[in-house]
Every structure is written in structure tokens, then in C-alpha cells.
Design a protein around this ligand. Structure first.
Ligand code: ADP
Ligand code: MG
Length: 582
């Protein structure tokens, strides 16, 4: 038989809405604490039992709710924060949808006790899975106290998705941490079963908060970054590589004070740190973006952690650049080792390795970038020597499996990956040349000819000017062939045919990329292809020559692709391994 159409019971409406807002105890904690912040609280206390599954209590010293508005507060679409449709264009408060309390109250036993400034006595209401009782007089001080007990207890389908208390607790803690990072000026206390898990005073500054959330050791070594691009202001702190993780659990991005999780922003973070953090890892990152409210839309999802930007490319680009520039000067971008067991390195003329000797005879030619005006800048000369003379700071080196270099350094020993190190050396040297305005190119005695498709040839030629700046000379040789006349003089190991295929691939993948981007990609690829491989034999002079060139680079912890260049084992590590120390 056909069922008649009927309006839904309001409690059912709220329970349906609750499905989007209230996922787990942590969502309740987030909504309640945000309400306390919106109410101007200066200290907020969160008390949890069994990871919040049994009971969540949030107390604040904010403005309070008057007795006659308590029922409204738990009604859906009732809010004190939005009045006109225009308000939605520039939301200043954390809440505005007026549905959190109604949703929570429909799936739990919720009690609110509150006292405003102009009332004598506190009042409270109780809502039992959507059914409200009250308001009635109650005992309580200024501010608001909300208790949420037995979340989802009458909704077996939802209860099923709840995880172990420890897991739920972790999510609750994360939200309080995020809110504490975002709201300097507000104090927070989080207690679980009576134990304090997080405590920051209202007077604690951002440093103290980073210490409380990321650990004091990490916070001490965080690098500050900042930047302004037009109306977009960014400031942040990045933890050292040791604090990087395989997941983004330590990435906290705030957009106008609201913690957000956005795949495009996360990708930008990875791009921005890729030379400083091991491959596949995310840094410990606090990043605050401030964008004029009318340029973003936070009303994308009820939980408000997703956003839309009007000028997405500008925002994403700013994040990448802020990280790249900020980290370039990080103290931990290099390890700064002191080498034990100094010896006199051979001078460069006796370096027998193909690491430093040009593989092709012929005259070395300069290709200049930027072309004309900037050429006479100081520093251009110093970038000219093809190979650096190794200093006397290399020490005894052992090669293992023609892949790893082992040597003693101050405080322990170091193991390096010869390919990763050489790749990093190539990259830094090429970048220095580019900055100085001159990249040396090495003409090939006989140009290499590579057959490509007609469209591929056209594509290569449209980018030929960019490649020329990097020391690669290409030109058409008939309709299907490209002739390589010169390659960068520093990269004597480059095989011209492979180089062309790499550059072609980069040009194809980055069709609409800027010149800078294309250059960066090409540099990375050339630095890698021009490096010794794992398994390539290097004699002692070759090993030492490589280490000497890698001795004082601006960045030497990872290769261009984020794999580590060096691993340090301290004496303490060794002593522990041999049970000389416990
Ligand atoms: P929203 O925050 O989107 O307005 P909520 O359902 O979270 O919706 O809250 C409804 C209303 O209840 C708020 O607009 C606010 O007026 C009031 N309220 C909730 N929590 C508090 C609090 N801790 N202190 C003062 N007022 C509160
Ligand atoms: Mg709210």
C-alpha cells in the first residue's frame, strides 16, 4: 500500500542534519568550543569521559545565554550570529548556521546551564534525544556549561561507527589543539577522566602554544615564515625535518582563524617543502592564512573545514613560495658537519674521476642568463670555475657497494648516498650559476641527433630559449630530428639523447607552466641525470672530490626529489647499538 506524504517530525529532521555535523565526539567538542569562543570566553575547559563517548562537558566564562533563549539555542536554524543574507558574504564568527546545538541535542542527552551578565540566577534546560524540558532555575556562575552525555546511545546505526575511546580521544584532543593554536588570547584546559592533557593560559603566546601542541623540542626549532601577496597574508612556523610525518596529522592550516583541511592546500605544502622534508612526508606546520572574507566561501560543508577560494591560484602559489623562500634560510637546511681525520685532498688537476673532468673536449662556452643587463653583476666571475678545488676537510672515506659513502664526522659517523649527494651538488651549483647570471655550456664535438615526432619537435623549439638559459642548445635538424649542440658544462655525465627525452617530457607535462616553473623542473631533472648512479664505481679521488663539492651547499639534507642525502649516527647511537649505554 502506498504511504502518504507527510512532513518529517522535527526531531527526525535534526537527526538527519546531525548526520552531517556530528560525526563523533570530536565534532561535538569542536562545535561547543567554537560556540564558547564566539561568546567571547577567555577560558574554556573541556572535560571528557571515555574519549567523549560517555560524556563531554564544556565550560566557559563567555556572554552566556538568557533563560528565555535557551530553547531557541537548541532549535535548528536559530542563531545570534547572522541576521541578513549579506552577513553570509563575510562571516566573522566561527558559527553561523544555527544547527550545531539542535543537531547534538537530537542525538544525545544535552544539558545547558547558563548565566548572562544581566541576570541574577542561572537557568538550565535538558534535551533528551530531541525532547526539551525547561528552562528552570539552576545553580551556576557567569558563562555557559554544556554537558553532552550518551552520544548516539539511541541510534545503534551511528554508534556502530564509533571507535575505541583512545581513538575518539585523539580526535577530540586534535580539535582542542587546533582551536588553541588559532585563538591566542583564549585559555584552554582539556581533561580526560580527570587527567590534564592540554593546558594553555589565555596569556600564552603562539610560541607557548606550539610548544604545548607540537612538543617543546620541536617548537624551539621551528622556522618562522611570512609573506604578503596583495590582500593575502601568510605567516607560519615549520618544524625541522626530524619532526616530519608520513601523514598530515601535524599540518595545521588556518584560514582566517578557521582550521581547514583542503587537498589543494596540502599539495601546496608538499610542493613547498619537498626539498627539506623526506620524500612522502609532511612537515610539522602551523600556517595562518588571512584572506579578505569576501574572497572565500566557508559555507561549503556543515563542518566548515572545506573552503572555496575566489583566487585559488594566487593562494596556492603564495603557500608554495612562502614555504620555499622561508625554508631556504632554515638553520637545519644543512647539517654543518665537522669532519674528523682531516687529510690533504688531491688538487683538482689530479682528480681522475669523471665527476669533475669534462667528458667532451672542446671549448667551453658561456650562455648568459639573464641575458644582457644583469650580466656584469659581481659574483658572476666566482661562478666560473668548472670544478671546485676540494678543501682539506673531507676526511677518510669508505665506499660501500659503490653506493654509500661512510666517514667519521664530529660526534659520530655519517653515511651518504652518492647519487643523492651528487644530484644535490649539481642542483645547487646550477642554481648558483643561474643567480650569478651565467651558465657554462659545453659544445659537443659532434651534435647529437635525436628523432622525435613533428609535434614534439615544435614543442621543444617553443621552449628552446628556456633550455638555452640552462646551457642546453637545441635546434631543428630536418622535420623529425632535433640536434643537441651543447649541454651544461657542469653536467658532464649527461647523455644528450636522454636529456632531450627528459626535457620533452617536462615540456609536455608542463604545457601551461611559467618559465620559472619549467626551469625548476628541468634543473631537477638535469641534476639527477647528471649525477653518478648507485653502483657506479668512484675511486678515492672521485669520492673526495664529490664530498668536497658538497661541503658547503645552501641545502644538503635531501636530494632534489626529497630523498635523504645523509644519515648521521651519533656516538650515542653507536654506544646504544653496542650496549655500552642503556
Ligand atoms: P551557531 O553557532 O551557528 O549560531 P549553534 O547551534 O552552535 O549555532 O548555537 C546556537 C546559538 O546558541 C548561538 O548562535 C549562540 O547565540 C548560542 N550559544 C551557543 N553556545 C553558546 C555559549 N557557549 N555561550 C553563549 N551563547 C551560546
Ligand atoms: Mg555553533
Amino acid at each position: 500500500m502506498r504511504n502518504h506524504i507527510r512532513p518529517l517530525d522535527p526531531i527526525v529532521i535534526d537527526q538527519i542534519a546531525a548526520g552531517e555535523v556530528v560525526e563523533r565526539p570530536a565534532s561535538v567538542v569542536k562545535e561547543l568550543v567554537e560556540n564558547s569562543i564566539d561568546a567571547g570566553a577567555s577560558h574554556i575547559e573541556v572535560l571528557l569521559q571515555e574519549g567523549g563517548i560517555r560524556r563531554i562537558e564544556v565550560r566557559d566564562d563567555g556572554l552566556g545565554i538568557s533563560a528565555d533563549e535557551l530553547i531557541l539555542a537548541v532549535s535548528s536554524h536559530a542563531t545570534s550570529k547572522l541576521r541578513t543574507p549579506e552577513d553570509l558574504e563575510a562571516v566573522a564568527s566561527l558559527g553561523f548556521r544555527g544547527e550545531a546545538l539542535a543537531s547534538i541535542a537530537s542525538v544525545s542527552r544535552l544539558e545547558i546551564t547558563s548565566l548572562t551578565q544581566d541576570q541574577e540566577d542561572a537557568a538550565s534546560i535538558l534535551v533528551d534525544f530531541g525532547k526539551a524540558v525547561g528552562p528552570r532555575a539552576a545553580a551556576g556562575g557567569r558563562g555557559t556549561r554544556i554537558v553532552v552525555a550518551d552520544l548516539f546511545a539511541q541510534l545503534p546505526a551511528r554508534l556502530k561507527f564509533m571507535k575505541r575511546p583512545a581513538t575518539e580521544l585523539r580526535h577530540c584532543l586534535s580539535w582542542v589543539e587546533r582551536l588553541a593554536l588559532a585563538h591566542v588570547g583564549v585559555g584552554f584546559t582539556l581533561k580526560h577522566d580527570g587527567r590534564i592533557l592540554l593546558e594553555v593560559a589565555a596569556s600564552d603566546d603562539l610560541d607557548a602554544r606550539c610548544g604545548a601542541v607540537y612538543g617543546v623540542g620541536v617548537a624551539k626549532n621551528m622556522v618562522q615564515i611570512q609573506r604578503q601577496s596583495g590582500p593575502i597574508v601568510l605567516h607560519g612556523r615549520v618544524g625541522p625535518p626530524e619532526s616530519a610525518r608520513r601523514n598530515a596529522s601535524r599540518v595545521d592550516i588556518f584560514l582566517n582563524g578557521r582550521w581547514v583541511r583542503d587537498p589543494r592546500l596540502l599539495r601546496a605544502v608538499r610542493e613547498g617543502v619537498k626539498e627539506f622534508v623526506p620524500l612522502g612526508h609532511y612537515p610539522t606546520l602551523y600556517l595562518a592564512l588571512s584572506v579578505p572574507p569576501h574572497r572565500i566561501d566557508v559555507n561549503v560543508h556543515p563542518q566548515k573545514t572545506e573552503v572555496r577560494f575566489r583566487d585559488e591560484r594566487l593562494v596556492i602559489g603564495s603557500v608554495v613560495k612562502t614555504l620555499q623562500r622561508g625554508l631556504a634560510t632554515a638553520p637545519w637546511a644543512t647539517r654543518g658537519v665537522g669532519v674528523v681525520g682531516k687529510y690533504d685532498a688531491p688538487n683538482s688537476s689530479s682528480l681522475s674521476s669523471n665527476l669533475t673532468r669534462p667528458a667532451w673536449p672542446g671549448q667551453v662556452r658561456e650562455s648568459h642568463y639573464p641575458p644582457a643587463a644583469a650580466r656584469s653583476q659581481p659574483g658572476a666571475e666566482s661562478a666560473l670555475p668548472l670544478q671546485r678545488t676540494p678543501g682539506d676537510t673531507v676526511g677518510q672515506v669508505l665506499s660501500v657497494a659503490n653506493t654509500f659513502l661512510v666517514r667519521e664526522v664530529t660526534g659520530g659517523m655519517e653515511i651518504l648516498d652518492q647519487h643523492a649527494l651528487h644530484e644535490r651538488v649539481n642542483l645547487e651549483e646550477l642554481r648558483r650559476d643561474l643567480r650569478a647570471g651565467v651558465v657554462m655550456s659545453q659544445p659537443l664535438l659532434v651534435p647529437s641527433l635525436v628523432d622525435v615526432g613533428k609535434a614534439e619537435l615544435d614543442l621543444l623549439l617553443t621552449r628552446a630559449e628556456v633550455f638555452a638559459k640552462l646551457g642546453v642548445d637545441l635546434e631543428a635538424f630536418g622535420e623529425h630530428t632535433v640536434a643537441i649542440r651543447a649541454i651544461p658544462a657542469r653536467l658532464t655525465r649527461l647523455v644528450p639523447e636522454k636529456l632531450v627525452m627528459d626535457l620533452l617530457e617536462i615540456a609536455q607535462e608542463h604545457k601551461s607552466a611559467s618559465v620559472d616553473q619549467l626551469m625548476e623542473e628541468s634543473l631537477h631533472s638535469m641534476a639527477c641525470r647528471g649525477a653518478v648512479m648507485a653502483g657506479d664505481h668512484l675511486d678515492q679521488d672521485g669520492l673526495r672530490g664529490l664530498l668536497a663539492r658538497g661541503a658547503d651547499l645552501p641545502q644538503d639534507r635531501t636530494c632534489a626529489h626529497g630523498r635523504p642525502v645523509r644519515v648521521f649516527l651519533s656516538l650515542e647511537d653507536l654506544e646504544k647499538a653496542f650496549y655500552r649505554r642503556v
